[in-house]
Design a protein around this ligand. Structure first.
Ligand code: RRO
Length: 325
């Protein structure tokens, strides 16, 4: 069973790779993704400078494995670390030195910061061919005092307009938040379609922001940062993610790919996203909890399920969700 795909024109050997965030902050962790069946390697969202993130504890997993929460606050090693030859060399040691598609995620605190990072990426990519694309995160829910950019449509259009004037040549993807109202999703898709010459793919969804978990023993939030408010992920997020992927696929121009992420734990979950129109899927919370062996397992389960259902390739089922009957 062929699991190859393309995302924004980038060829991937399998349609499963990691989400930005868990186990993506340092080259040792990225090398383990490279060593697995993951079709690409995506870094932790970077800021211009290295930063430590929010106070601990800032993550929580529910006892039933259905939900996780984080208020990490963008801990990362700074953009130059993720662009450095040493970091990329160390990452590719995981796949025996062979290059696997390496994607850089950025999440600037301001438009100016994003432009600084995009300029550095463009310059680095002139020499460093292993970096194949950029995921611009417009959806971090945990920057204290800042709204989610992609919920502010004026700000979102402003960012895309400003970036479009720079005429970068690289493959650009947008990490989007979950839209909980179809009308909002429609508005976001319409703005992205205005930039279909520049935006080659979207990634839906980031965590569901503004969630709260409460400890009945201490009678306090489980998470210390941001008054306990955090982004919700894991299997509980899957249904919102599927709806976002499905509607993005229906509303975005056909030249813009959709990458699905949210609660994927099994090959069956991945299959559901492919049916809804995802060209590839990312695994976040499950990678966090299970470690990088999740990629081999999910890829194996997806292969088995596709074979059982008579599909010769992942491509054959993409977007083939049937109407209720
Ligand atoms: O670092 C984080 O707190 C974080 C980010 Br940047 C994000 O995009 N999504 C998330 O759930 N956490």
């Amino acid at each position: 069973i062929n699991l190859e795909t393309t995302v924004g024109g980038i060829p991937l050997s399998t349609c499963v790779y990691n989400a930005s965030g868990p186990r993506t902050g340092a080259s040792a962790a990225l090398a383990k993704i490279a060593a697995s069946s993951a079709g690409a390697i995506l870094t932790k969202s970077a800021t211009v400078e290295k930063q430590n993130g929010n106070p601990q504890p800032r993550i929580w997993h529910s006892g039933d494995d259905l939900a996780s929460m984080n208020s990490e606050g963008l801990p990362n090693s700074g953009i130059d670390y993720y662009l450095s030859k040493t970091t990329i060399d160390e990452t590719m040691e995981g796949c025996g030195g062979a290059a696997k598609p390496y994607l850089v995620s950025i999440s600037g605190k301001t438009l100016a910061d994003n432009l600084v990072m995009l300029d550095r990426i463009a310059k680095t990519m002139e020499e460093e061919k292993r970096i194949v694309g950029v995921e611009l995160n417009l959806a971090c829910p945990n920057v204290i005092g800042k709204p989610i950019i992609a919920y502010d449509f004026d700000q979102m259009r402003d960012i895309l307009e400003t970036i479009s004037k720079k005429n970068y040549g690289f493959v650009l993807g947008l990490k989007l938040p979950p839209y909980l109202d179809g009308k909002h999703l429609q508005q976001a898709a319409a703005i992205i379609n205005e930039y279909s010459g520049m935006v080659k793919y979207v990634v839906s969804i980031n965590t569901i922001g503004n969630a709260l978990s409460v400890d009945p023993i201490s009678e306090a939030p489980y998470i210390a940062s941001n008054n306990g408010l955090a982004g919700l992920s894991g299997p509980a997020a899957k249904f919102t993610a599927l709806a976002n992927v499905r509607q993005m696929r229906q509303q975005l121009d056909s030249g813009i790919d959709v990458v699905g992420v949210g609660g994927i734990t099994t090959g069956r979950d991945a299959f559901e996203f492919l049916l809804c129109g995802a060209s590839a899927v990312q695994v976040g919370t499950c990678h966090w909890k299970e470690g990088p062996k999740c990629f081999d397992r999910i890829v194996g389960e997806l292969r088995e399920l596709l074979a059982e259902k008579g599909y010769a390739s992942a491509r054959d089922c993409m977007g083939k969700l049937r109407p209720w009957s």
